[in-house]
Design a protein around this ligand. Structure first.
Ligand SMILES: [Zn+2]
Length: 491
């Protein structure tokens, strides 16, 4: 397919009827500013998805226009919209109510009268998005503006792009009338960004039998686009565990005109500085070891040399420095990390406060424990006026998904066919996803964010002017439809 040729954007009539005030999309978008490769992909079992992808662009635009900023979420509005699309395809769906205005949505394509959950494939995406600072955006974050080959909007990447692409893959299978050899379940979740009252944890507790599955596709991976070419497909099979920790300094309060050495603000500042300079030891999880093994041949000779030395007795330590400094994400994959994120102290400029607090966002490698890390930090800070307090609602460590499953093999094969032989690498994501909860329920969940994106594009997730390159979106729809059809359709 030709990546530079842009087609008309089709907006379903119902979408316009639902959102009469929304500005209509331009008839033709422009060539994306990012260079897109010309790729001859192997014929997909899902057939030609060009028209479907255009349709899905319309769904994505409509979903962006439904503001699901969390809090409060209001995911029910998005769930209703998706239910409407499914109804038109003759697919029943069911709302799974979680809280007022907050529902998940589930739908199923059946393989047999009696479902076998252990074989079922779950397509998951979340409907909520993080909030915006409108003043920092160059366009309305909820208008789905198309400019320079991008669709702008909060959630265009995280995670409404995946939601629209999952919907497309699901509908493609329905329209194909193919016999399926396992149930395919479409699930739109709520409250992923906050993990609170309407999160997947609650959803599983209340409604597990509605979507129990042996395999899942979710966000969390990446298709790495570099120099106009897909370098590799990162398939998330594991993720780090988020834990928030408060650092609390206490001291006597008093008049600021007579300073003393036990000022809580000063003690806290010194502690935060030490913590900021701390580097946790490297530990290789199975997934990370495999990732670097497969990455080495893709990188230039110099970098490959250091990657191959990572776990050697003589050069390991230096190699770990080089690799960690080259890419902050690699650093995060190799060790526990700590990012101080919030500071609070004081009520008046002339009052020394009795307490000062900092918040640390800790990301543990699965298997590491917060107690061990805090013991290290306590020694490092070495200050009796400071204590650490682990906050509630920490993430849970889940076992990694298998790299030997049939589904992982299908994803690997589809990646290679879709992206001219690009390899799939198992990936541990620094960020948390709903997959940890699924893995704790014996689901082989894989993160495949299917859209080829440069680092620059990916970094706009959660940031100002988040935007989806439309050529990448179309390619992602094709990739997802290929994976799902390959895994579930009987030929
Ligand atoms: Zn997300």
């Amino acid at each position: 397919m030709n990546w530079n040729r842009r087609m008309h954007i089709l907006v379903p009539a119902t979408a316009l009827a639902l959102f009469p005030l929304a500005t209509a999309l331009p008839l033709a978008s422009q060539v994306p500013s990012t260079a897109m490769p010309t790729v001859e992909s192997t014929r997909s079992p899902a057939g030609d998805t060009t028209a479907l992808a255009k349709e899905a662009e319309g769904w994505l635009a409509d979903l962006i226009r439904i503001d699901t900023s969390n809090p409060p979420g209001n995911e029910q509005a998005a769930a209703k919209y998706v239910a409407g699309i499914l109804t038109k395809e003759g697919i029943n769906s069911e709302f799974l109510d979680l809280a007022p205005g907050r529902s998940a949505l589930v739908a199923r394509l059946r393989s047999a009268a009696m479902p076998d959950p252990s074989r079922a494939l779950l397509l998951v995406a979340h409907m909520d998005v993080v909030g915006v600072d409108k003043s920092k955006w160059t366009v309305d974050p909820f208008a789905a503006t198309i400019k320079d080959g991008y669709m702008y909007g909060r959630g265009s990447i995280d995670d409404k792009g995946m939601l629209a692409a999952n919907l497309a893959a699901f509908i493609a299978l329905k329209r194909s009338n193919a016999r399926v050899n396992r149930d395919i379940i479409f699930l739109a979740t709520a409250d992923e960004e906050q993990g609170g009252e309407a999160s997947i944890r609650i959803l599983i507790a209340k409604y597990w039998d509605k979507f129990a599955a042996g395999f899942a596709l979710n966000e969390g991976g990446r298709v790495i686009l570099k120099n106009g070419k897909v370098e590799y497909v990162a398939v998330q099979a594991s993720e780090k565990v988020p834990v928030d920790v408060a650092v609390i300094a206490r001291g006597p309060s008093g008049h600021a005109s007579v300073p003393t050495k036990d000022n809580a603000v000063v003690h806290l500042a010194a502690a935060v500085e030490k913590i900021g300079g701390y580097t946790a030891p490297v530990r290789f999880t199975t997934i990370v070891r495999r990732y670097f093994e497969q990455l080495a041949p893709l990188e230039d000779d110099e970098l490959a040399k250091w990657i191959r030395s990572l776990d050697t007795p003589d050069r390991g330590e230096h190699a770990q420095h080089v690799i960690s400094d080259t890419n902050p994400l690699w650093n995060s994959m190799l060790r526990d990390t700590i990012a101080p994120t919030m500071l609070s102290a004081g009520v008046r400029a002339n009052v020394i406060p009795s307490e000062a607090r900092a918040m640390l966002n800790v990301r543990l490698l699965p298997g590491d424990t917060i107690d061990v890390l805090l013991a290290d930090l306590t020694k490092l800070v070495n200050d009796p006026t400071i204590r650490f307090e682990v906050q509630p609602d920490a993430g849970l460590a889940a076992p990694p998904s298998s790299l030997e499953s049939d589904f992982y093999a299908t994803i690997t094969k589809a990646a290679s066919q879709e992206f001219s032989g690009a390899p799939a690498l198992p990936f541990l994501s620094a960020g948390a996803t709903d997959s940890a909860q699924l893995r704790l329920h014996n689901v082989q969940a894989y993160g495949v964010s299917p859209f080829p994106m440069t680092d620059e594009d990916s970094r706009r997730m959660h940031a100002d002017d988040e935007r989806m390159p439309l050529a990448s979106f179309d390619k992602g729809v094709d990739f997802l439809a290929r994976i799902v059809t390959e895994f579930a359709a009987t030929r």
